[in-house]
Design a protein around this ligand. Structure first.
Ligand code: AP5
Length: 196
Protein backbone atom coordinates (compact mmCIF):
# COMPACT_ATOMS: atom_id res chain seq x y z
CA UNK A 1 0.00 0.00 0.00
CA UNK A 2 2.96 2.34 0.66
CA UNK A 3 2.84 4.80 3.53
CA UNK A 4 -0.45 6.69 3.83
CA UNK A 5 -0.63 9.98 5.69
CA UNK A 6 -3.87 10.95 7.42
CA UNK A 7 -4.10 14.58 8.47
CA UNK A 8 -6.59 17.06 9.78
CA UNK A 9 -6.65 19.96 12.20
CA UNK A 10 -6.91 19.26 15.96
CA UNK A 11 -10.35 18.06 16.95
CA UNK A 12 -11.46 17.14 13.42
CA UNK A 13 -11.55 13.52 14.59
CA UNK A 14 -8.73 11.90 12.61
CA UNK A 15 -7.65 9.64 15.49
CA UNK A 16 -11.26 8.58 16.09
CA UNK A 17 -11.71 7.79 12.40
CA UNK A 18 -8.38 5.93 12.21
CA UNK A 19 -9.18 3.86 15.30
CA UNK A 20 -12.38 2.76 13.54
CA UNK A 21 -10.51 2.16 10.26
CA UNK A 22 -7.88 0.09 12.03
CA UNK A 23 -10.59 -2.14 13.44
CA UNK A 24 -12.69 -2.52 10.29
CA UNK A 25 -9.95 -2.54 7.65
CA UNK A 26 -7.02 -3.91 9.64
CA UNK A 27 -4.73 -1.04 8.65
CA UNK A 28 -1.64 -0.47 10.85
CA UNK A 29 -1.72 3.07 12.29
CA UNK A 30 1.06 5.10 13.89
CA UNK A 31 0.30 8.40 15.64
CA UNK A 32 3.14 10.79 14.79
CA UNK A 33 2.31 13.06 17.74
CA UNK A 34 2.68 10.13 20.15
CA UNK A 35 6.13 9.26 18.80
CA UNK A 36 7.11 12.93 19.10
CA UNK A 37 5.73 13.05 22.62
CA UNK A 38 7.75 9.98 23.64
CA UNK A 39 10.92 11.71 22.41
CA UNK A 40 10.07 15.16 23.81
CA UNK A 41 9.00 13.93 27.24
CA UNK A 42 12.04 11.63 27.51
CA UNK A 43 14.18 14.72 26.90
CA UNK A 44 12.28 16.59 29.64
CA UNK A 45 10.93 19.19 27.20
CA UNK A 46 7.19 18.79 27.70
CA UNK A 47 4.64 17.45 30.15
CA UNK A 48 1.72 17.04 27.71
CA UNK A 49 1.32 16.59 23.95
CA UNK A 50 -0.33 20.01 23.82
CA UNK A 51 2.92 21.59 25.07
CA UNK A 52 4.82 20.53 21.95
CA UNK A 53 3.40 23.11 19.55
CA UNK A 54 4.45 25.84 22.01
CA UNK A 55 8.15 24.86 21.84
CA UNK A 56 10.45 27.01 19.68
CA UNK A 57 9.99 25.98 16.02
CA UNK A 58 13.59 24.76 15.70
CA UNK A 59 13.12 22.44 18.69
CA UNK A 60 9.83 21.13 17.23
CA UNK A 61 11.65 20.37 13.99
CA UNK A 62 14.37 18.43 15.82
CA UNK A 63 11.77 16.24 17.53
CA UNK A 64 9.83 15.95 14.29
CA UNK A 65 12.93 14.59 12.56
CA UNK A 66 13.47 12.03 15.33
CA UNK A 67 9.86 10.85 15.01
CA UNK A 68 10.05 10.58 11.22
CA UNK A 69 13.19 8.43 11.46
CA UNK A 70 11.55 6.13 14.01
CA UNK A 71 8.41 5.74 11.91
CA UNK A 72 10.31 5.16 8.64
CA UNK A 73 11.73 1.86 9.92
CA UNK A 74 8.20 0.53 10.52
CA UNK A 75 7.60 0.16 6.76
CA UNK A 76 4.25 0.76 5.10
CA UNK A 77 1.98 2.16 7.78
CA UNK A 78 -0.76 4.74 8.10
CA UNK A 79 0.62 7.85 9.78
CA UNK A 80 -1.85 9.97 11.75
CA UNK A 81 -0.30 13.44 11.75
CA UNK A 82 -0.55 17.09 10.69
CA UNK A 83 0.08 18.95 7.44
CA UNK A 84 0.42 22.15 9.46
CA UNK A 85 0.81 22.87 13.15
CA UNK A 86 -0.52 26.15 14.47
CA UNK A 87 2.27 27.57 16.63
CA UNK A 88 2.65 30.99 18.27
CA UNK A 89 5.19 31.77 15.51
CA UNK A 90 2.82 30.81 12.66
CA UNK A 91 1.97 27.63 10.75
CA UNK A 92 4.76 25.07 10.98
CA UNK A 93 4.84 22.41 8.23
CA UNK A 94 4.16 18.98 9.68
CA UNK A 95 5.48 17.34 6.54
CA UNK A 96 8.57 19.27 5.42
CA UNK A 97 10.86 17.72 2.79
CA UNK A 98 12.97 15.79 5.33
CA UNK A 99 9.88 14.13 6.82
CA UNK A 100 8.49 13.27 3.38
CA UNK A 101 11.84 11.75 2.38
CA UNK A 102 11.62 9.43 5.39
CA UNK A 103 7.95 8.50 5.00
CA UNK A 104 7.70 8.32 1.16
CA UNK A 105 3.88 8.57 1.17
CA UNK A 106 1.78 7.26 -1.69
CA UNK A 107 -1.42 8.95 -0.50
CA UNK A 108 -2.48 11.79 1.76
CA UNK A 109 -5.93 11.67 3.32
CA UNK A 110 -7.28 15.02 4.48
CA UNK A 111 -9.92 14.63 7.18
CA UNK A 112 -12.21 17.65 7.28
CA UNK A 113 -15.34 18.60 9.19
CA UNK A 114 -17.69 21.51 9.59
CA UNK A 115 -15.90 24.27 11.55
CA UNK A 116 -18.70 24.51 14.13
CA UNK A 117 -18.52 20.76 14.75
CA UNK A 118 -14.73 20.97 15.26
CA UNK A 119 -15.17 23.83 17.73
CA UNK A 120 -17.78 21.83 19.63
CA UNK A 121 -15.61 18.66 19.67
CA UNK A 122 -12.68 20.62 21.09
CA UNK A 123 -14.84 22.22 23.76
CA UNK A 124 -16.34 18.84 24.73
CA UNK A 125 -12.96 17.08 25.03
CA UNK A 126 -11.82 17.67 28.61
CA UNK A 127 -8.76 15.42 28.20
CA UNK A 128 -6.78 18.00 26.22
CA UNK A 129 -5.52 21.59 26.52
CA UNK A 130 -6.94 22.87 23.24
CA UNK A 131 -6.25 26.26 21.73
CA UNK A 132 -9.25 28.56 21.85
CA UNK A 133 -9.86 29.26 18.18
CA UNK A 134 -12.70 31.19 16.57
CA UNK A 135 -14.76 29.65 13.79
CA UNK A 136 -12.89 31.86 11.30
CA UNK A 137 -9.54 30.61 12.61
CA UNK A 138 -10.68 27.00 12.21
CA UNK A 139 -11.80 27.68 8.64
CA UNK A 140 -8.43 29.31 7.94
CA UNK A 141 -6.48 26.37 9.40
CA UNK A 142 -8.41 23.86 7.28
CA UNK A 143 -7.66 25.99 4.22
CA UNK A 144 -3.95 26.11 5.07
CA UNK A 145 -3.97 22.33 5.47
CA UNK A 146 -5.22 21.93 1.88
CA UNK A 147 -2.39 24.13 0.62
CA UNK A 148 0.23 22.23 2.61
CA UNK A 149 -1.22 18.91 1.38
CA UNK A 150 -1.01 20.08 -2.24
CA UNK A 151 2.63 21.05 -1.73
CA UNK A 152 3.40 17.62 -0.24
CA UNK A 153 1.68 15.90 -3.15
CA UNK A 154 3.68 17.91 -5.65
CA UNK A 155 6.93 16.93 -3.94
CA UNK A 156 6.13 13.23 -3.61
CA UNK A 157 3.59 12.31 -6.28
CA UNK A 158 1.20 11.19 -3.53
CA UNK A 159 -2.51 11.43 -4.23
CA UNK A 160 -4.71 13.68 -2.06
CA UNK A 161 -8.08 12.30 -0.95
CA UNK A 162 -10.42 14.46 1.16
CA UNK A 163 -13.02 12.93 3.44
CA UNK A 164 -15.72 14.52 5.60
CA UNK A 165 -16.05 13.41 9.25
CA UNK A 166 -19.64 14.44 9.82
CA UNK A 167 -21.12 14.63 13.28
CA UNK A 168 -22.07 11.17 14.54
CA UNK A 169 -20.97 9.55 11.28
CA UNK A 170 -17.52 8.06 11.93
CA UNK A 171 -18.33 4.86 10.01
CA UNK A 172 -19.27 6.91 6.96
CA UNK A 173 -15.87 8.67 7.19
CA UNK A 174 -14.18 5.25 7.28
CA UNK A 175 -16.10 4.21 4.16
CA UNK A 176 -14.97 7.36 2.33
CA UNK A 177 -11.39 6.38 3.10
CA UNK A 178 -11.70 2.87 1.65
CA UNK A 179 -10.52 3.68 -1.91
CA UNK A 180 -7.09 4.60 -0.53
CA UNK A 181 -6.54 1.18 1.03
CA UNK A 182 -6.31 -2.13 -0.77
CA UNK A 183 -8.65 -4.83 0.47
CA UNK A 184 -7.23 -6.68 3.44
CA UNK A 185 -8.81 -8.97 6.03
CA UNK A 186 -10.15 -7.31 9.17
CA UNK A 187 -7.82 -7.91 12.10
CA UNK A 188 -9.12 -8.60 15.60
CA UNK A 189 -5.95 -7.00 17.02
CA UNK A 190 -5.09 -4.12 14.70
CA UNK A 191 -1.68 -2.63 15.32
CA UNK A 192 -2.15 0.90 16.58
CA UNK A 193 1.12 2.33 17.81
CA UNK A 194 0.79 5.41 19.94
CA UNK A 195 -2.97 5.19 20.39
CA UNK A 196 -4.16 7.45 23.17
P1 AP5 B 1 -2.00 14.66 17.80
O1 AP5 B 1 -1.88 13.58 18.75
O2 AP5 B 1 -2.22 14.31 16.40
O3 AP5 B 1 -3.04 15.62 18.42
P2 AP5 B 1 -4.16 16.44 17.76
O4 AP5 B 1 -4.14 16.81 16.38
O5 AP5 B 1 -4.32 17.54 18.70
O6 AP5 B 1 -5.21 15.37 17.73
P3 AP5 B 1 -6.52 15.54 18.37
O7 AP5 B 1 -6.75 14.38 19.26
O8 AP5 B 1 -6.64 16.89 18.95
O9 AP5 B 1 -7.46 15.61 17.16
P4 AP5 B 1 -8.07 14.47 16.30
O10 AP5 B 1 -8.32 15.06 14.98
O11 AP5 B 1 -7.28 13.22 16.34
O12 AP5 B 1 -9.46 14.30 17.02
P5 AP5 B 1 -9.99 13.11 17.92
O13 AP5 B 1 -10.13 11.87 17.12
O14 AP5 B 1 -9.20 13.06 19.19
O15 AP5 B 1 -0.73 15.60 17.84
C1 AP5 B 1 -0.25 16.12 19.07
C2 AP5 B 1 0.80 17.13 18.78
O16 AP5 B 1 1.90 16.49 18.12
C3 AP5 B 1 0.41 18.25 17.86
O17 AP5 B 1 -0.27 19.27 18.52
C4 AP5 B 1 1.78 18.70 17.37
O18 AP5 B 1 2.38 19.54 18.33
C5 AP5 B 1 2.57 17.40 17.29
N1 AP5 B 1 2.69 16.86 15.94
C6 AP5 B 1 1.96 15.84 15.39
N2 AP5 B 1 2.39 15.60 14.14
C7 AP5 B 1 3.40 16.49 13.89
C8 AP5 B 1 4.27 16.73 12.78
N3 AP5 B 1 4.17 16.01 11.65
N4 AP5 B 1 5.21 17.70 12.87
C9 AP5 B 1 5.32 18.43 14.01
N5 AP5 B 1 4.52 18.25 15.09
C10 AP5 B 1 3.58 17.28 15.02
O19 AP5 B 1 -11.49 13.65 18.17
C11 AP5 B 1 -11.73 14.83 18.92
C12 AP5 B 1 -13.08 14.69 19.63
O20 AP5 B 1 -14.12 14.65 18.66
C13 AP5 B 1 -13.21 13.40 20.46
O21 AP5 B 1 -13.87 13.69 21.64
C14 AP5 B 1 -14.06 12.48 19.57
O22 AP5 B 1 -14.81 11.58 20.30
C15 AP5 B 1 -14.93 13.48 18.83
N6 AP5 B 1 -15.32 13.04 17.48
C16 AP5 B 1 -14.52 12.63 16.48
N7 AP5 B 1 -15.22 12.34 15.36
C17 AP5 B 1 -16.53 12.57 15.69
C18 AP5 B 1 -17.75 12.47 14.95
N8 AP5 B 1 -17.80 12.06 13.67
N9 AP5 B 1 -18.88 12.82 15.57
C19 AP5 B 1 -18.87 13.22 16.88
N10 AP5 B 1 -17.75 13.33 17.63
C20 AP5 B 1 -16.59 13.03 17.03
Amino acid sequence: MGAVIVTGIPGVGKTTVMDAAAKSMGVPVVVFGSIMFEAASAAGLVKSRDDMRKLPPERQKEIQRVAATRIAVLGDVVVDTHCSIKTPAGYLPGLPAWVLEELQPTAIVLVEADAADILHRRQADATRKRDEDTLAAIVEHQEYNRRFAAACATLTGATVHTIQNREGAVEDAVRQMAPVFPRRPASPTPGIKGAR
